[in-house]
Design a protein around this ligand. Structure first.
Ligand code: AKB
Length: 307
């Protein structure tokens, strides 16, 4: 397949592009910043509608993996730019995909689409959704649009509600769940970290390699098995900053974490703690591989060169 990836320079894109290449696909990796992949890359601002349409018209991808986004914290700081990127550009892209005959679209939704009236534990696939952050509002609206394009244009669009993604190789920026990655790097380098969430704030997370496998497995699933065209819940594991600190201290006993909660605390408290992912398990066989000890072990090994 010829695959176009947007936002390829982000945490998920950096791991997804090589995984797609390893499957034998011809991948064009794009981002607003220059990229360094082995394979073709191009600078692309997905809010530039003529540029996106021109690229789809000339390169004619079979599938588009749309990852370009402002995450939750950045969307609060730049709300209008966040809406343009997270929702308006997505709508334009879906329209262009219909026009230029793209067969499959993947895009990343988020647990941020849930809100304070959503059950926090084992959150069902279909639950009240009243996001309080602009990122979540855009993701929830994008989920409705995604299903609309499937129903009205038969566009084969698929998505996952990503929890916090934890993996080596990239320091995520602009999110609320970023602390989990930052804490590992800080423990390795400075043996101290100041966390912007309170110690007990438990959130759903997923290890990067599980996240990539989830995308690949969802995209390979037979279309007739999929009943969810908004976005699937997937559960990896759940932990709080304090639980992660305790695991890291088993490796770095003098690691110290202090807590100075900021505006991200309110967002985190409005999100689920764990998700019911039975639709994903039943319809395309989702199974996470990493629990917290396995995630810590794998992160630690990957960060070994830092010590
Ligand atoms: C964020 O923290 O904003 C993201 C997300 C949960 O989608 N990681």
């Amino acid at each position: 397949m010829r695959i176009l990836v947007t936002g390829a320079g982000g945490q998920i894109g950096l791991a997804l592009v090589p995984a797609l290449q390893a499957q034998g696909h011809e991948v064009l990796a794009t981002d607003i910043q220059p990229l360094a992949f082995s394979g073709p890359t191009q600078c692309l601002d997905v809010t530039n509608v003529p540029a996106v349409r021109a690229l789809l018209e000339s390169w004619r991808p079979d599938a588009v993996y749309h990852l370009a986004a402002f995450l939750s914290a950045r969307s609060e700081k730049e709300p209008r730019a966040g809406w343009r990127l997270n929702f308006e550009a997505f709508w334009e892209l879906l329209e262009a995909c219909v026009t230029y005959g793209v067969k499959q679209v993947f895009w990343a939704s988020s647990i941020a689409a849930f809100g304070p009236h959503t059950p926090r534990h084992h959150t069902p696939q279909y639950a009240p959704m009243d996001p309080i952050g602009l990122y979540g509002i855009a993701k929830l609206t994008a989920e409705r649009l995604s299903e609309y394009f499937f129903l009205h244009y038969s566009l084969d669009v698929r998505s996952l509600r990503f929890p916090g993604v934890v993996g080596p190789g990239h320091l995520p920026q602009g999110g609320t769940t970023d602390f989990a990655v930052h804490m590992f790097y800080a423990a390795k380098k400075e043996k101290r970290y100041c966390c912007y969430l309170l110690p007990h704030t438990r959130l759903p997370m997923i290890y990067l390699s599980d996240a990539i496998r989830a995308i690949l497995e969802l995209m390979e699933a037979p279309a007739e098995r999929l009943t969810v065209r908004s976005a699937y819940n997937i559960q990896g594991l759940s932990f709080s900053p304090a639980e992660l600190v305790a695991h890291i201290q088993r490796r770095v006993p003098d690691f110290v974490c202090t807590y100075e909660p900021d505006f991200r605390q309110r967002l985190a408290e409005s999100w689920p703690e764990s998700l019911d992912d039975s639709y994903a398990r039943r319809e395309w066989g989702w199974q996470p591989h990493y629990d917290l000890p396995a995630l810590v072990e794998s992160m630690w090994q990957a960060l070994e060169p830092l010590s």
